[in-house]
Ligand binder design. Structure first.
Ligand code: NAP
Length: 235
């Protein structure tokens, strides 16, 4: 099993992001845990360092909707690690409302967080991903972003995740066209018991993290694919 890859995860202070950091640390990878709340982020890094005393993890404050934070985060990693092997765009928000009940502000906030944030992260970090021999981008999406399986409610969220899927495909083809080796995926964790998923969700955050990290551990997962637990989802 590969070890020592440098992996950045967004939205690490709780839920699937936290579980992804723990998964990566337990397998010997160097984790850059990021969160918009400095106090909460620093605390989870402290806790994980106690649990994995030999693990490599450090915290960087990052609000993915703030270009300034994105640039600062990039500069810090460029200086210290000098490369990035995997970018996990995990941070996200969800409003329950159907389309008619969705406000402009809810749609704007959702697109800022779930689509424009990952867009800024992907663009900014390409130069550091190019320094890796095995670079991957994992965009954490949802089955609710599927056009083929679309449904009711969660209007802004659905629109944002469909956009994130499109970002994944677009970036995949751009990179392929430039003969670059960086692979890009959009991956659903399944329905997970977190603040977002709610208490009725059947999956644990650790199971959700396993699903989103599948392409990271896989040697054969195809760039540009939309996956859950390593299996293709309908677009
Ligand atoms: P969660 O428990 O609500 O956690 C969301 C995380 O995103 C929190 O750490 C939150 O930080 C962070 N975040 C939100 N806006 C941010 C911003 N502007 N900058 C940085 N961090 C930000 O949700 P989750 O269930 O773990 O979801 C993680 C990902 O999985 C999301 O992309 C979600 O859409 C996707 N997903 C989840 C499910 C599910 O059933 N749970 C299903 C499908 C897909 P704060 O604490 O500061 O708010």
């Amino acid at each position: 099993m590969k070890k020592g890859h440098v992996v950045l995860v967004t939205g690490c202070n709780r839920g699937i992001g936290f579980a992804a950091c723990e998964n990566l640390l337990s397998k010997g990878h160097a984790v850059i845990a990021t969160a918009r709340d400095k106090k909460k982020g620093e605390q989870i890094v402290k806790d994980l360092k106690v649990k994995y005393p030999k693990g490599k993890i450090r915290f960087i404050k990052l609000d993915i909707t703030a270009q300034r934070d994105v640039t600062k985060c990039f500069n810090q990693i460029e200086k210290k690690e000098g490369k990035l092997d995997c970018l996990v765009n995990n941070a996200g928000i969800l409003y329950n409302e159907d389309l008619e009940a969705t406000t402009n502000s809810q749609l704007e906030k959702t697109l800022q967080t779930n689509l424009i944030g990952p867009f800024m992260m992907c663009r900014k970090f390409l130069p550091l991903l190019r320094k890796s021999k095995d670079a991957k981008i994992i965009n954490v999406t949802s089955q609710l972003g599927s056009l083929e399986n679309s449904g009711i409610d969660f209007a802004a969220y659905r629109i944002s995740k469909t956009g994130l899927n499109s970002l994944t495909r677009t970036l995949h083809f751009d990179l392929k066209n430039k003969k670059e080796k960086i692979k890009v995926f959009c991956v659903c964790p399944g329905w997970v018991h977190t603040d977002m998923g709610g208490p009725r969700a059947p999956r644990t955050p650790a199971q959700g993290a396993k699903s989103i990290l599948f392409p990271f551990y896989s040697k054969t997962a195809k760039s540009g694919s939309y996956l859950q637990d390593g299996k293709k989802l309908p677009w």
